[in-house]
Design a protein around this ligand. Structure first.
Ligand SMILES: C=C1C[C@]23C[C@@]1(O)CC[C@H]2[C@@]12CC[C@H](O)[C@@](C)(C(=O)O1)[C@H]2[C@@H]3C(=O)O
Ligand SMILES: O=C(O)CCC(=O)C(=O)O
Ligand SMILES: [Fe+2]
Length: 346
C-alpha cells in the first residue's frame, strides 16, 4: 500500500457521502450450525437479507489464526517485495486497483484461485520468505472453510425442501475438483487523515466499493475492525458489527438465480477506518466453469415463471469480469434483459 502524502490524501476517488454513517445493524441473523433450527433461520435470512452470521462453525481457531498471522507477514513486506506478485490478472497481489475496469479502493489484497485449471504462474512469488508455510496455511484454511460452507449449503437445500434435486444440489458444485472458487485476503490500512477530513465533509473512505458477489456463496471472516456494510431491503446502508470468532455468509448472484430470486444476492461494501486496519479473508464458492446455472425446477411452483435464463458459469464470469464493480450483473441472466444498469446511492 502506497503511503499517503498530505496532498494525495483522501483522493476524491475514494470518498463517498454517507447519509447515515452511524447505522449499526444489530439484528444480523445468527445461525448456530449445531442447532436443529439452523436450516430454517438461514433460509429466512437469505430471503430477507442475503446475509447471516455462523457460530459453532467447527473451523478450528488455530487454523484461522495461523493464516491471519501469515497474511499479516505478507502485507508487512516492503512494497517492492509485494509488487513482485502484481499486477493481479485477476489473481495475485493488488493495491488500490480492484479488477481491471477502473475501480479503486483503500485496500491491498491477495486474490488466489482454487481452480486446478487456473494455475497462477505468480503463485510462488506470493508467498514471502517461507513460501511453503503460507501455502500450507491457505490450503488448510480453505479445506476447513469449504467443509463448513458445504454443510451450510446442504442445510440450505434441506430448508428449501430440495427433495428431487437432493441436499447436495448446491454443495456438489463447490466440492467438485474443478470448482472455480477463489480466495481473497483484503487489508484495509488505517487512514488517520480521515478523522479530520471526514468529520468536516461528512464523507467516508471507500475500502471496497458497493457490489454483489458473482459466485454461489461467500464466506467471510475478519478481524475485529468494523467496515463491512450491507444494503438493506429499504435501500439504506447498515454496518455489520465485526466478530472475529464467527463467519459471515452471503448469498451470491448464482444462488439468487438458482432460487429464482427467492434468495437475495446482497449488495455490500467496505468503509476504511481512521485508526485501525481491517483484515478480511473471503472464500468465494463457485461451480466448475462449464456448469449450467438456471432456476431449479423444484423451486418453481406450477404457475411461477422462471425469471432467469440459463448461462454457464464461464459465460457469466467472463461478462462479470468485464463489468464495473457496482454494475448490476444479474440482469445478464434476466429474461427480459435490460443490461448495463448501474446501482448506486452515492
Ligand atoms: C471490478 C471487478 C472486480 C471483480 C471483477 C469485477 O470486474 C467485477 C466483480 C468483482 C468481484 C467482486 C467479488 C470478489 O471480490 C471478486 C474476486 C469477484 O469474483 O468478483 C471481485 C473481482 C476481482 O476483484 O477481480
Ligand atoms: O473485505 C471485506 O470485508 C469484504 C470484501 C468483499 O466484499 C469482496 O472482496 O468481495
Ligand atoms: Fe464482496
Amino acid at each position: 500500500m502506497v503511503v499517503l502524502s498530505n496532498q494525495s490524501a483522501l483522493n476524491e476517488l475514494f470518498l463517498v457521502k454517507t447519509c447515515n454513517p452511524s447505522t449499526i445493524f444489530t439484528e444480523v441473523p445468527v445461525v448456530d450450525l449445531t442447532h436443529p433450527d439452523a436450516k430454517t433461520i438461514m433460509v429466512k435470512a437469505c430471503e430477507e437479507l442475503g446475509l447471516f452470521k455462523v457460530v459453532n462453525h467447527g473451523v478450528p481457531l488455530e487454523v484461522i489464526t495461523r493464516l491471519e498471522n501469515e497474511a499479516l507477514k505478507f502485507f508487512k513486506q516492503s512494497q517492492s517485495q509485494k509488487d513482485k506478485a502484481s499486477p493481479p490478472d485477476p489473481y495475485g497481489y493488488g493495491s488500490k486497483k480492484i479488477g481491471t475496469n477502473g475501480d479503486m479502493g483503500w485496500v491491498e489484497y491477495l486474490l488466489l484461485s482454487t481452480n486446478p485449471d487456473i494455475v497462477s504462474l505468480k503463485t510462488h512469488q506470493l508467498f514471502h520468505q517461507n513460501p511453503q508455510v503460507f501455502r500450507w496455511c491457505v490450503e488448510e484454511y480453505i479445506g476447513e472453510v469449504k467443509k463448513m460452507c458445504c454443510e451450510v449449503l446442504e442445510k440450505m437445500a434441506d430448508g428449501l425442501g430440495m427433495i428431487a434435486e437432493g441436499r447436495n444440489v448446491f454443495s456438489r458444485m463447490i466440492r467438485e475438483e474443478r470448482s472455480d472458487s477463489c480466495f481473497r485476503v483484503n487489508r484495509y490500512p488505517p487512514c488517520p487523515e480521515l478523522k479530520e477530513e471526514g468529520a468536516l465533509s461528512g464523507r467516508n473512505l471507500i475500502g471496497f466499493g458497493e457490489h454483489t458477489d458473482p459466485q454461489i456463496i461467500s464466506v467471510l471472516r475478519s478481524n475485529n475492525t468494523s467496515g463491512l456494510q450491507i444494503c438493506l431491503p429499504d435501500g439504506t446502508w447498515a454496518s455489520i458489527p465485526p466478530d472475529h470468532s464467527s463467519f459471515f455468509v452471503n448469498v451470491g448472484d448464482l444462488l439468487q438465480v438458482m432460487t429464482n430470486g427467492r434468495f437475495k444476492s446482497v449488495k455490500h461494501r467496505v468503509l476504511a477506518n481512521s485508526s485501525m486496519s481491517r483484515l478480511s479473508m473471503i472464500y468465494f464458492g463457485g461451480p466448475p466453469l462449464n456448469e449450467k446455472i438456471a432456476p431449479l425446477p423444484s423451486l418453481l411452483s406450477r404457475e411461477e415463471e422462471s425469471l432467469y435464463r440459463e448461462l454457464t458459469w464461464r459465460e457469466y464470469k467472463n461478462a462479470a469480469y468485464k463489468s464495473r464493480l457496482s454494475d448490476n450483473r444479474i440482469t445478464l441472466f434476466q429474461k427480459s434483459a435490460d443490461h448495463g444498469h448501474k446501482s448506486s446511492d452515492t
